[in-house]
Design a protein. Sequence first.
Length: 254
Amino acid sequence: MFLQEGVQSVLRDKKTGQINYLIVRENTEGLYAAHRSGIRRADLAIDPLVMSERGVRRIVKLAFDLSLKSSGSPVDGRKRVMCVDKSNVLRSYAFFREKFEDVAKDYPEVERSSMYVDAMTQYMLFNPHRLNVVVCENFIGDILSDLGSATVGGLGLAGSANLGDRVALFEAVHGSAPDIAGKGLANPIAILYAAAQMLEWLELEQAANLLRKTISKVLGEGKVRTPDIGGSSTTREVEETVSKTMMELLSTSP
């Protein structure tokens, strides 16, 4: 999540770059592993919550590795990883936190902390500038990523990456929006950010940086923006402006 120049979030006192953090969620286990395979009777429904040591360790290790590669939290530059769970109620989340603490021992240069998810919903609004990397189970991550996008202006501004060991999938954090399909209302910035993440994953750093710089310039000028962030431009108008601006930046770059 990155607060861009020219975009107004619910945290209006924050400046460009003062909100800049990652939410890392395990995407193959957790509560969503049930995916309609739980038990359902007329008077009862049960969905299992699955946590494996391999799955938890893998996602926690990724979170710490991403923190090491980052510039740290905007407020002080410190590299931090926060585990968000509900370990005071559910054994599965207590298991997640236990493995988090164990993996954290291998990263003494990164600060670690933990927070219950209910407290985290307020912390993200009052202290987003202190966040660097947040790691959590799938269901919790699904909720927090939507909240996080609101802190930087909305769902139309946040990209996401689904990272495997050898392959990856990149998309807007909100997924599809069939209710506005074909109307020219969708904000393309989120998918452009996802494209920048893809370029970075492919180790095309220069191209990724150029795309991010272009997006920042277009949003900062404030002339072209979709209705979800206070404008009246169409999806195509934003796309064309981004393309034109990128070509201008390329022509003036050394």
